[in-house]
Design a protein around this ligand. Structure first.
Ligand SMILES: Nc1ncnc2c1ncn2[C@@H]1O[C@H](COP(=O)(O)OP(=O)(O)OP(=O)(O)O)[C@@H](O)[C@H]1O
Ligand SMILES: [Mg+2]
Length: 341
């Protein structure tokens, strides 16, 4: 049996969508028609990804017309990653009718570089990762990976080349084993367990009633935010994609667990292009480069040492991080002492 195909029922379980909704999306051509006879239809990975994306976008209030634009074009080509270089060119983006997040954003990231994204809440950091994953489509400009526009790459190939650990990872209503294996469907049980050990998830998985076979979700085990982050890390380890995106990937962990995981993360980052969003600036000090965002614009860009020496925004944030965290917003930052004057 082909492990990369699902029945309608399996797809509904994975996405937590009702059968009629999935059928409707197929009917209106929002997702491609499945292979096989109607009653024995087989859906692929692409269907799963598209449905999850549609689900997220519609939860965000995006219209079906706009969702359609985000999905693959007819002439889409598979993305081939050689170096993992990322180029963002003259990018304009706004969610719906809200004020623009980016206007003419440019950023070049050489393959293999490890870059930290810093900035106040709402400055556009997560939005940029969303655009890289093509969860949204920019209004103007483009994003290139190794010279190929991601807008004309197939969703499946794009997704294969990028591993993301989000702040609040979503798990499927499946076993813990399958949730980790989702990173790479042909991973062996041993590979899944080794990844879980590296992610420091092995211990709590063994404490659940059925261990790796425990079901996740309403009828099964409920995991804390920090446990879900460790499952997501294990998934990323199993996937081993050349581009790695970390959005507050360790934000829900206690500091002891986080310290344990830093080594595994450092190992995972080796030889990859990595974009890291973190509020705890100490986790960024070892990166090659820091990009500081402010209202969707890049206001500082350099190595951590350069930015500290520049005595600007980053240096001020660094100085204010007495407890290791950024102030929530500009108001509390403005009332804090500045290192500049
Ligand atoms: N789904 C959405 N729909 C509409 N507006 C959004 C959506 N997500 C984010 N925004 C808006 O886009 C802007 C950038 O948000 P973004 O989430 O990228 O910020 P961020 O830098 O990641 O912030 P944080 O540090 O809080 O995670 C903000 O003004 C935010 O309100
Ligand atoms: Mg964010």
């Amino acid at each position: 049996m082909n492990p990369r195909s699902f029945t309608l029922d399996e797809l509904c379980t994975l996405t937590d969508l009702p059968r009629r909704t999935v059928r409707y999306y197929v009917q209106i051509g929002l997702v491609p028609r499945p292979a096989g006879e109607t009653r024995a239809a087989r859906y692929g990975e692409g269907h799963l990804a598209a449905l999850l994306r549609i689900k997220q976008l519609s939860a965000d209030g995006v219209s079906l017309e706009r969702i359609r634009e985000v999905l693959d074009g007819a002439d889409a080509q598979p993305l081939r990653v050689t170096h993992g270089a990322i180029a963002i060119e003259a990018l304009d983006f706004a969610y719906l009718d809200t004020r623009p997040v980016f206007a003419g954003l440019n950023l070049r990231i050489p393959g293999g570089q490890k870059v930290g994204f810093v900035g106040y809440s709402g400055s556009g950091k997560s939005t940029l990762l969303n655009l890289l994953l093509r969860l949204y489509e920019p209004q103007r400009g483009q994003i290139l990976i190794d010279g190929q526009a991601i807008a004309s790459a197939t969703q499946e190939s794009l997704r294969q080349q990028i591993a993301m650990i989000p702040q609040d990872p979503m798990l499927f209503h499946r076993s813990l084993l399958e949730n980790i294996r989702y990173g790479r469907l042909d991973a062996t049980d041993d590979e899944v367990i080794a990844a879980a050990q590296q992610a420091h998830a092995h211990e709590f998985i063994l404490e659940t009633e059925d261990g790796y076979q425990s079901l996740v979700g309403e009828r099964g085990v409920k995991l804390s935010g920090g446990q879900r982050q460790r499952i997501a890390l294990a998934r990323a380890i199993v996937k081993n994609a050349p581009i790695l995106l970390l959005d507050e990937a360790t934000s829900a962990l206690d500091s002891v667990t986080e310290r344990h995981i830093q080594d595994s993360l450092a190992q995972l980052m080796q030889g990859k292009t990595v974009l890291v969003i973190a509020h705890r600036l100490s986790t960024l000090a070892r990166l090659d480069r820091i990009v500081v965002f402010h209202h969707g614009a890049i206001i500082e860009d350099g190595s951590p040492a350069e930015l500290l020496a520049r005595n600007g925004h980053y240096a001020r944030m660094w100085a204010m991080q007495a407890g290791g965290f950024l102030p929530e917003d500009e108001a509390s930052a403005a009332s804090a002492p500045s290192t500049q004057d």
